[in-house]
Design a protein around this ligand. Structure first.
Ligand code: HEM
Length: 144
């Protein structure tokens, strides 16, 4: 089960980045093009939200079964930057990113017909994407 989840988490990471980049760029285009945020735009922003939510659920399960996750949690592992990344920094930062992205989507959903919907997506997805990029374990992904 562990290997299957690890591979799934690794593959969905591509969808997460792709979905967030597309949603973020579309929101910037709408924002600066002075368009109103329509239901079609809301649906497009789901491209960023859905893979992130899927990844979050898989990540939490992985955290309990991976030897790099909770089973590795110790004071000693805290002193090792790679171990700390997997057992603490990556999960915590990703959870914050997921919460921000969800807030951005929920706010935008209530702003249909207004340009501000694009602003909500651009700001919250933008910060979420930056956090994800900062704490992806680039040492092991996308493979070396
Ligand atoms: C939502 C955005 C997330 C993204 C984009 C993401 C991405 C990644 C990537 C690319 C890897 C490296 C995979 C590899 O080396 O093949 C990884 C590993 C890992 N992630 Fe995430 N992750 C996310 C969320 C989470 C969350 C919320 C948790 C836990 C609460 C989590 C726990 C883990 C663990 C434990 C590993 C190490 C797995 C192992 O190799 O044993 N991830 N993640």
């Amino acid at each position: 089960m562990y290997t299957g989840l690890q591979h799934l988490h690794s593959y969905i990471a591509y969808l997460v980045l792709l979905g967030l980049i597309i949603s973020f760029l579309a929101a910037l285009a709408g924002l600066f093009g002075n368009r109103t945020f329509s239901d079609k735009d809301r649906k497009l922003s789901l491209l960023g939200l859905i893979p992130v939510h899927l990844q979050w659920v898989i990540g939490v399960i992985l955290y309990f079964v991976s030897p790099r996750g909770l089973p590795n949690f110790s004071g000693e592992a805290m002193g090792d930057s790679v171990a700390r990344l997997y057992m603490l920094e990556h999960p915590l930062t990703m959870i914050i990113a997921v919460v921000l992205i969800t807030i951005g989507y929920s706010r935008a959903k209530r702003m249909l017909g207004k340009n501000a919907g694009f602003k909500s997506i651009a700001i919250f997805y933008g910060i979420g994407l930056a956090l994800i990029l900062l704490r992806i374990p680039w040492i092991s992904w996308p493979g070396n």
